[in-house]
Design a protein around this ligand. Structure first.
Ligand code: NAI
Ligand code: A1CAB
Length: 273
């Protein structure tokens, strides 16, 4: 299994990050094929990682044992159709879809076969080896799952889920959530500028504080996140005033509502695509 060839079809942001992690973690470059319609993007992947590249999806499909479907959800049906039209026997290959909002059943319908299918929900910090990937498998062997786990371990933390619908929960908790943190950072950055810091200072201040807070959580897992917050919050002090304002204005309920909206959108996409 370790010598399997893996093809990334539609190597954009997400697959670029996964390939980067694999190469850094000792997967053979010859084992990895990246495709894209866009030659510039392909040239970047080739230059950065030295993996095999091609604009021909069918060539990659033929040569690989594992196919990572990594185009936008709305492009998936057209891609699957082109696989069928090429007349390649792919019924024994393992497919991994990183697309949000397309079920295994729907992917199999698109491909016209009950192929072995893994759904993966990664996130963009995978680029730095700090990602989280949720995995759900149907029809794969233990050996295949181990290989796939090793692939995604090279980009960060891996969590398997037993039920497919939990992939939508993973989207809310880790797939989309880097954007929630970025929004919070943007809000602090914007206010810092309003307070008179220049743009460069505001960016430096917010990113260093976010990194410091994340590293404190990472390095002190024996202390709850609530306690880490309490440790900043002096009784009757400034942090207390700020945190109470956020709470009174519904921050916690808002985050919960945002995550529900994320899951609802994934479910809606399952009906649309
Ligand atoms: N960006 C994110 O944070 C996450 C994205 N995803 C999923 O990953 C998938 C890809 O997302 P991104 O990488 O952000 O998108 P992206 O747009 O950066 O990458 C997709 C790439 O596919 C190429 N492409 C489109 N059709 C093609 C075709 N027929 N043949 C070859 N190449 C083709 C495009 O040129 C593009 O570079 C989506 O399905 C999304 O749901 C999953 C988790 C997180
Ligand atoms: O926004 C999206 O639909 C994708 C899935 C998770 C992150 N980006």
């Amino acid at each position: 299994m370790s010598q399997q060839t893996i093809a990334f079809i539609g190597t954009g942001n997400m697959s670029y990050a996964i390939i980067g992690g694999m190469v850094k973690n000792g997967f053979a470059k010859e084992q990895i094929i990246a495709t894209n319609r866009n030659q510039e993007k392909l040239a970047k992947v080739a230059a950065d990682f030295g993996v095999r590249t091609t604009a021909d999806n069918i060539e990659a499909l033929q040569q690989a044992d594992i196919i990572v479907l990594s185009v936008k959800p709305q492009m998936m049906a057209e891609l699957a159709q082109s696989f069928i039209a090429a007349g390649v026997d792919f019924s024994n290959k393992v497919f991994i879809s990183v697309a949000a909002g397309i079920t295994v059943k729907r992917l199999q319908e698109m491909l016209g076969h009950p192929v072995k299918m893994v759904r993966c929900m990664p996130n963009t910090p995978s680029l730095l080896g700090r990602g989280v990937s949720g995995l759900y498998a149907e029809g794969t062997s233990e050996e295949e799952n181990q290989f796939i786990e090793a692939v995604f371990n090279s980009t960060g933390l891996v969590v398997w889920v037993d039920k497919e619908e939990q992939i939508n929960d993973i989207i809310a908790v880790t797939g989309s959530s880097p954007a929630y943190f970025f929004l919070f950072m943007e809000a602090i950055e914007q206010k810092a500028i309003e307070l008179g810091f220049n743009a460069e200072q505001a960016r430096a201040l917010v990113q260093q504080t976010a990194l410091g807070a994340a590293e404190m959580a990472l390095s002190q897992t024996d202390i709850s996140i609530a306690q880490l917050r309490a440790n900043v919050t002096s009784k009757g002090g400034t942090t207390h005033a700020a945190v109470e304002h956020l709470k009174a204005n519904g921050l916690v309920e808002n985050v919960s509502g945002a995550m529900d909206a994320c899951i609802a959108r994934a479910q809606e996409m399952e009906q649309e695509i």
